[in-house]
Write a protein that binds this ligand. Structure first.
Ligand SMILES: Cc1cc2nc3c(=O)[nH]c(=O)nc-3n(C[C@H](O)[C@H](O)[C@H](O)COP(=O)(O)O)c2cc1C
Length: 196
């Protein structure tokens, strides 16, 4: 048994035990932050049409929610400069980045710049949604729900259009506060269980 689990009852996680031992009713924000630094994710850019010009931000919170109908979700901070436009917009663009696009990801997470100025290359797509060029995949989706959770919101959207890059390039990953490339599957590794 590992060090962190030595005195952990069978029905309690080591993290819950740690939080109780500290006198907290739940884990702390720092516990959550440290755990999620170990969670690797793909990187997306969300774009939103707005009368004042397009807005957008980098997001790792993208989730494929359901297949029938095809729905996705992402989280946005209500402090984000993109939130006011998202409260009014009917549609969003979702862009899945490939491994050589860390500059684009960094640009769409940088405060106080015009994220759509050169060198960003973009065009207006279906439903007048701003679409970024050269990404691994893009989706245009109609916003169904905005679910407020504390200072965040979960946006659920129905996918209407999908574009796929011809080259199947490896994805951009984010892990432990940094962007990473992808080294590919382990030789002979098992296939993942298909999504229901
Ligand atoms: C790797 C990475 C992932 C991010 N994921 C999210 C996210 O899922 N939701 C979100 O609201 N902001 C996310 N952000 C922060 C936004 O991209 C952006 O930096 C933040 O909203 C501040 O920008 P603002 O000037 O638009 O307010 C992420 C940033 C980085 C670098």
């Amino acid at each position: 048994m590992g060090e962190g689990t030595a005195s952990c009852p069978a029905d309690a996680s080591p993290l819950a035990l740690t939080a109780e031992a500290r006198g907290h009713p739940t884990a702390t924000p720092e516990d959550l932050r440290l755990a999620f630094r170990r969670h690797a994710s793909g990187v997306a850019v969300i774009t939103v049409p707005s009368p004042a010009g397009p807005v957008g931000f980098t997001a790792t919170s993208l989730v494929s929610v359901s297949a029938r109908p095809p729905r996705l979700s992402f989280n946005i901070s209500q402090d984000s400069s993109s939130w006011p436009a998202l409260t009014r917009a009917g549609h969003v663009g979702v862009h899945i980045l490939h491994a050589r696009q860390e500059d684009l990801a960094a640009r769409f997470a940088t405060r106080g710049i015009d994220r759509f100025a050169q060198p960003t290359s973009w065009r207006l797509g279906p439903r007048r949604v701003p679409l970024l060029d050269g990404v691994a995949a893009w989706l245009v989706a109609a916003i169904d729900q905005r679910i407020v959770v504390g200072d965040q919101a979960i946006v659920v959207a129905r996918v209407l259009h999908v574009g796929l890059d011809d080259d199947q390039r490896p994805p951009l990953l984010h892990h432990d506060g940094r962007f990473h490339g992808y080294e590919g599957p382990f030789p002979g590794s098992a296939l993942g269980v298909p999504h229901a």
